[in-house]
Design a protein. Structure first.
Length: 587
């Protein structure tokens, strides 16, 4: 058996840098910043009857379990915001998942309140305004008729008939009296609460369920966090968070009392919710969607549909740059002047912010905006140079395939060449570097090596790595030097960590490896990863620390959720790698 893992270097020639689209029809801003000493997340947004925009969100101090629901108003279509107003704040408990329902001048702000002690019981609280949000009632509870409900993070609806709908989900295991400790244990049913008396009373309507293979052990089962929108024919379209590889969809023709067509939607996404809103543009009515278009919680993208969610336009990334982690939990709406607004929570160095994007329908639909034409970037030649972690592997969608599929949607035209060869070390790769890389005159080169270099073949009674650390470093510097001589800008990537399997234990279960340590297969590899970090710093080269990214993601379950066989990245692992590379290429 050959062990293959690696260090990836991405080298971008000067002309290959792809600037973010510059347009007066797209802008980002921050509504609530962690710089005030608190974190901000889970926003929900609505347009009020008087045309103002209301955003509500959860605010909490780092490390605290005391969450409050706060909000701000905009009178200029999201260009500026009032100071935060506190709507609901139960001392010492979690007030989260805020939502808004607008019914004329009557406005409801709801939240889920959960006391400490695990996932077992919750309450839904509400404040109400009768004057477009200028004054508010004291908080009161809405009976949900389930022990634990959640997923009330999307704006509710007032239907054409006057019926009000509020999306939510409930947990089957909690209903039986169980107490859960993680989301990965949850089995959820997404549905709606209905009110036919303008919100005076609420009643449970129909709900949904789906069975599928989860992408990650830390993901929920069932359907969760429903986003809903009323279509022109009066039917309701619902998008739901799931633990599978796609958002699920359902439709109702009886105002949410029953749901049909519960199935994967066309939109890729795992364990993160989407947001929906109706919008109009040049006499056409459609649906605006914002969601994490990946199996991880970035990139956050927007698209439109004019056929009731059956097909969607090309995704447009609205949350770049990603500097701290996820960009998720969106909400969206169309302002009175036609501008499309989207809010979301975004991890940044030091905390979590609530961010806002403002764009025109023309920007989403890629229509002619009348702005001055700019020269199109030249197509890129991308050579993926590596070992079996790069090479095609049957039906597995390796990062090469993902790049080829998704770069055009990010505005990057590229020819992607997969030059991976299984079993290669950096020393072996030097012999084919001229033929397999430089001969293509590439704009972008990824070098994914390292696991073979670090491997100690104890099953052959070897005592040292296949390629000594010093030689590994020299080989990497050789690649960087040669590519830099072409005017290249390089990005180094550390190898991903490995995990023990029965087969690996049988072959490699002796010193220097330690089978009694879950991380004992990485004893040598850690030094090679550290070497990559040191080279990046010494050569003044940007670094994508895949090793650290996989370890952080593994905290939600295990490394096996990211690995095919204890060594090679699986679909999710390749997705993470591909998006890290694409982020650097599209900034």
């Amino acid at each position: 058996m050959r062990i293959v893992i690696g260090v990836m270097v991405v080298c971008v020639l000067g002309r290959a840098a792809v600037p973010r689209e510059a347009s007066a029809l797209f802008a980002q801003s921050t509504i609530a910043s962690h710089e005030d000493g608190r974190n901000h997340g889970l926003p929900s947004m609505a347009r009020l009857g008087d045309g103002r925009i209301l955003v509500v969100w959860s605010r909490f101090a780092p490390g605290s379990s005391d969450f409050a629901i706060v909000g701000a108003f905009s009178t200029d279509g999201g260009a500026s915001w009032t100071p935060p107003h506190t709507f609901i704040d139960h001392e010492g408990v979690l007030d989260a998942d805020p939502s808004i329902v607008v019914s004329g001048s009557r406005v409801f702000v709801t939240c889920t309140t959960v006391a400490p002690g695990g996932i077992h019981k919750s309450a839904t609280w509400c404040v109400r305004s009768e004057d477009d949000g200028h004054t508010w009632s004291t908080p009161y509870e809405i009976p949900m008729n389930h022990r634990y409900t959640c997923g009330k993070c999307h704006r509710g609806l007032r239907l054409k008939s006057g019926t009000l709908l509020l999306g939510y989900s409930w947990d089957v295991l909690c209903e039986k009296g169980e107490t859960l400790t993680t989301e990965g244990q949850m089995d959820l049913r997404a549905g709606v609460m209905r009110s036919t008396d303008n919100g005076e009373t609420w009643h449970n309507a129909g709900d949904t369920h789906a069975t599928y293979d989860k992408v990650s052990g830390g993901a929920v089962s069932g359907t969760d966090e429903p986003a809903i929108v009323e279509l022109d024919d009066g039917s309701i379209y619902m998008l739901m968070r799931t633990g599978s590889s796609h958002l699920y969809e359902a439709r109702s023709t009886d105002e949410g009392q029953t749901w049909l067509g519960i199935q994967p939607s066309p939109l890729t996404g795992s364990n993160a919710p989407a947001a929906l809103s109706r919008f109009e543009a040049k006499g056409r009515r459609g649906i605006f969607v914002v969601w994490d278009n990946a199996l991880v919680r970035y990139p956050l993208c927007a698209a439109a549909s004019f056929d009731g969610g059956r097909t969607w336009t090309e995704p447009k990334d609205i949350a770049l740059p990603y500097t701290g982690g996820q960009a998720s939990y969106p909400s969206c709406v169309q302002a009175r002047d036609g501008t499309l607004l989207a809010v979301w929570q975004q991890d940044v160095p030091g905390g979590r912010d609530v961010r806002l994007a403002r764009c025109s329908p023309a920007w989403i639909l890629e229509e002619d905006t009348g702005t001055a034409a700019t020269a199109s970037p030249q197509p890129l030649t991308v050579v993926l140079f590596g070992d079996s972690t790069t090479a095609p592997r049957g039906p597995l969608r390796v990062f090469a395939q993902l790049l080829a599929e998704e770069l055009p949607g990010r505005g990057v035209q590229a020819k992607v060449i997969n030059a991976g060869v299984g079993g290669n070390t950096t020393t072996m790769a030097r012999k084919r570097f001229e033929r397999d890389v430089l001969a293509h005159k590439p704009d972008v080169v990824t070098l994914f090596f390292g696991l073979n270099d670090a491997a100690v073949d104890v099953w052959k009674d070897a005592k040292t790595p296949r390629v000594p650390l010093e030689q590994f470093e020299q080989n990497l510097r050789y690649f960087v030097e040669k590519l830099r001589a072409l005017g290249a800008k390089c990005i180094l990537m550390t190898p991903n960590p490995m995990a023990w399997t029965a087969e690996l234990t049988k072959m490699y279960g002796k010193p220097p490896y330690d089978v009694n340590d879950p991380d004992g297969f990485n004893i040598i590899l850690k030094d090679y990863a550290a070497s990559v970090r040191a080279i990046a710093k010494d050569e003044n080269v940007p670094l994508i620390d895949v090793y650290a990214l996989f370890q952080e993601r593994a905290k939600e379950g295990s490394l096996h959720a990211l690995l095919l066989d204890g060594m090679h990245p699986n679909d999710l692992g390749h997705r993470i790698i591909a998006h890290e590379v694409m982020t650097h290429l599209t900034q």
